[in-house]
Design a protein around this ligand. Sequence first.
Ligand code: GLY
Length: 351
Amino acid sequence: MITCPIAASTPYDVRIGAGLLNRAGELFAEALPARRVVVVTDSHVAPLYLEELLYSLGEAGIACDSYTIPAGESSKNWRQLGDLLESLARSGLSRSDALIALGGGVVGDLTGLAASLYQRGIPYVQIPTTLLAAVDSSVGGKTAVDLDAGKNQAGTFWQPTLVLCDTDTLRSLPASVWADGAAESLKYGAIASRELFDDIAAGGLQASPDEHIASCVSMKGRFVAEDEKDTGARQYLNLGHTFGHAIEAESRFTLRHGQAVAIGMAIAARAAHLAYPDSDCIREMDAALDALGLPRTAPYPVGRLLPWLTADKKRRGGRITLVLPRQIGRCELLSLPVPEAKDLFARALSL
Ligand code: GLY
């Protein structure tokens, strides 16, 4: 088992290794005093892992209930959040109890938001079961639901008390779900480590998932420790996300998040080339995305994508901060008025 400490305002550990679901009760009891939990999961994950988790928690003397949401991004909404909160209240959950998010990013974001709101905040544990959730959304305390105006438009920062990543649960992921996480993993390399970028492009994640997930989590942890509330350095983690969110929203979430981020990174490489004449990582980015079986061209005309930039939650007043890879392993934050950002993206899309 690898342990990555996250030095957020409330520090916690991310534990990564095979077989951790079996040990969840013991690891939970070491990290939290709570002896009563509600496990939130979804209709895909529940049949696979819920029983094993409840058994392990029960063995450790922790009383458990579970709450299952329909799988998919469409569950990340106010109505589902309200239902979950009402259910917690009906079950008599108290402030000394806790939630566990067992699943991917949708379950993690929704559960984290519920934990931050219920009785003004209770602890929660993330147990990611997708690669994307393992390397990104389970760490760093961003919680959210989607609004009609866009993805993750309402949420809080609420750090988990523990993250348990059982890498056995990642082995049976469908190729498209694995590729989602590969895109987010490649992102860390593109931001800050050419070595990690090359390693992931060469299939390193498959060969040794524990070590590579730990590298990504440690890197994310450094950004979170420096800038927990996402006003400075943490913004680098948005590489590929400004345009990725536009593509994802335009697809009404039929395109997977990692696929959208992959296309967003390819466009960001082109935008970097236009913004910084010395920047030339388009070919390397394209080759890495191809190697991982990820898409790199936007499936919609530019006129349908640009309006989403106005709704992007990364916009501050009339400006938006773009993350542009000047080289692999080195990005720039470029704050532009929204019309200039749209113009840059329009030109990047035509390259
Ligand atoms: N997914 C980017 C962040 O957590 O800041």
